[in-house]
Design a binder for this molecule. Structure first.
Ligand code: G3H
Length: 541
């Protein structure tokens, strides 16, 4: 079927949607979670629009999924106060609880969360247009992340349960919480990326204010009762509304101790600046990226193409780790483009729930116009859209556009498109590519495609001090979640992985004493009499 035909039949009539995936009645959400209670917001609401349109008698109508509370600053601050009270200057029941007990709370939450898989997956499809397979993967990967986090904490705690003797000093070192965490995730992974900060923050004994992403908001609703019932009051608070109104007030209060944010570096910097005591704020940030894919002249072209297509276009290019610019050596560029376009033509456009669908509507309003702007700019400056139907659009759907040859003066050479536009830059001299990476404002990851050991080895060394991960003959990606995920320059602050996140959301405290009889007796008595949660040799199995 030609793309033209695909676009003309893209949006379904309601009756064409299989029953389990049909949208229900719009959800008017007024609840938000503060201090263990689902409170009702009687103020203004924000409409939740789906990227999916329905064909209603030949007219495309955007589906309204419901609405969410637009809390004001004063209400957001009540959530912060609840978190501050639950932390109680480190004396609250949660930050002082034994690790094994905190783990039980998180396990209880995980059990309740699993019950909501169908509801959350459906909302992932309808709210952000993620296809069924990837929506299910996002949910399952998040559950796995929680399990892995629990296991990593058990391991950490086991190691902390022993005493160390150094230079006649006896010590026990444990990781303890930092205070109140503000956790905010991105719209492209509204569940997974948010939970990769939220869960470590909670399990380490911090209390949390969680504000869902700008899109993918309703999908948190099925989890509110699970949060409420699984944790002591005030430990987890969930707020909604505009970041400018709510989050600015939270940061300006000076009561946030950890700022976990996935979004743009500009927003992160603006928010950090509002904190009156910046030295007391720890930040865990996942920010912008413009990861290049570099195709060398000696290369397994089929593999490079396969990886470049998924790397640049899975979830329509809306991944922070997506390949956002491809540098292809001029000796292979023609063959690369031919194969790339061939592969791209096999990607099926459609609705998220349809079998095998790879290209779906985009959730951000104004995104299609923005991508057309990037495309027009490149074309004005000498590039061509070199794939059939590239850039054709209908409503919120944008068919991927491959732009070639892209040059330094085009916007798409620098701007993070975060969407289905694939810029290809031909090069002869590798120094052009090296300079791009060295000069870039971003430094998350890159991909090297090549088979010449000397060349690949040299480039690994050249780029090792530039980015957080170099992928050889593979697309960029975050996983496996046990590997460090970070970035340099404007791309991140701190490192996340199952292991690192536990450390990011905690600090080591050491209890030390001179190794002499009276102290040995005292410490033994404390342990035997179970007088302390910190000083204990309890071992979690
Ligand atoms: O959007 C950024 C995500 O962390 C990317 O994760 O590489 O697993 O898609 P992913």
């Amino acid at each position: 079927m030609s793309t033209q035909n695909i676009l003309s039949t893209l949006f379904p009539a309601l009756a064409d949607i299989p029953e389990p995936y049909r949208p229900g009645e719009p959800i008017e959400q007024r609840e938000y979670l503060v201090e263990g209670t689902l409170r009702t917001w009687n103020g203004p609401l924000a409409a939740v629009r789906s990227p999916v349109y329905l064909d209603v008698d030949g007219v495309d109508e955007q589906v309204i999924l419901g609405s969410t509370p637009l809390l004001d600053a004063e209400t957001a601050l009540t959530a912060l106060d609840a978190a501050v009270r639950a932390y109680d200057r480190g004396q609250g029941s949660w930050p002082t609880m034994r690790v094994a007990e905190r783990i039980q709370h998180v396990e209880a939450f995980l059990g309740r969360m699993r019950e909501q898989r169908t509801a959350v997956v459906k909302l992932l499809m309808w709210e952000i247009g993620k296809n069924l397979k990837d929506s299910e993967k996002e949910f399952d990967r998040t559950c796995d992340y929680i399990v892995d986090t629990i296991n990593a904490l058990k391991e950490l705690d086991r190691r902390s349960s022993r005493f160390e003797l150094e230079q006649d000093t006896l010590g026990q070192i444990r990781r303890v919480p930092l205070g109140v965490a503000l956790c905010m995730g991105p719209y492209n992974y509204p569940l997974n990326e948010t939970f990769t900060t939220l869960i470590p923050a909670l399990i380490m004994g911090n209390t949390v204010v969680f504000k869902p992403a700008k899109l993918g908001v309703l999908l948190i609703r099925p989890l509110l009762e699970a949060f409420r019932d699984s944790f002591p009051a005030g430990v987890i608070n969930v707020i909604y509304g505009s970041g400018r109104e709510t989050v600015s007030a939270l940061m300006a209060s000076g009561k946030i101790d950890i700022f976990a944010f996935i979004g743009t570096n500009k927003a992160a910097s603006d928010l950090k600046k509002l904190h009156p005591k910046p030295h007391r704020l720890r930040a865990a940030l996942g920010l912008d990226a413009k990861n290049p894919g570099i195709v060398l002249p000696e290369v397994d072209l089929d593999n490079a193409v396969n990886e470049a297509v998924t790397g640049s276009l899975s979830f329509n290019g809306q991944r922070c780790t997506a390949l956002k610019i491809l540098f292809v050596h001029e000796e292979v560029v023609d063959r690369f483009i031919e194969k790339f376009n061939h592969k791209l033509a096999t990607l099926k456009p459609g609705m998220p729930w349809e079998n095998g669908v790879a290209l779906t509507p985009l959730p951000e309003s104004g995104k299609v116009d923005y991508l057309h702007g990037l495309m027009d700019d490149a074309v004005r400056k000498g590039a061509k859209v070199i794939n059939t139907h590239g850039g054709q659009a209908r409503g919120s759907f944008f068919y991927p556009a491959v732009l070639y040859p892209v040059t330094t003066d085009m916007r798409v050479y620098q701007e993070e498109q975060f969407g289905p536009v694939v810029p290809i830059v031909p090069y002869r001299d590798l120094d052009t590519v090296i300079d791009y990476v060295l000069e870039s404002d971003f430094g998350q990851q890159l991909s090297l495609f090549g088979t010449n050991a000397a060349e690949v080895g040299r480039l690994v060394d050249t780029f090792a001090n530039q980015v957080g991960r170099i992928n050889i003959n593979a697309q960029c990606q975050r996983g496996p979640d046990t590997f460090p995920f970070n970035g340099r320059k404007n791309s991140a602050e701190g490192t996340l992985s199952v292991h690192d996140a536990l450390r990011t959301f905690s600090i080591r405290t050491l209890v030390a004493t001179k190794f002499q009889e009276s102290n040995k007796t005292l410490i033994s008595d404390i342990i035997r009499g179970r007088e302390s949660s910190f000083l204990t040799t309890d071992y979690i199995f």
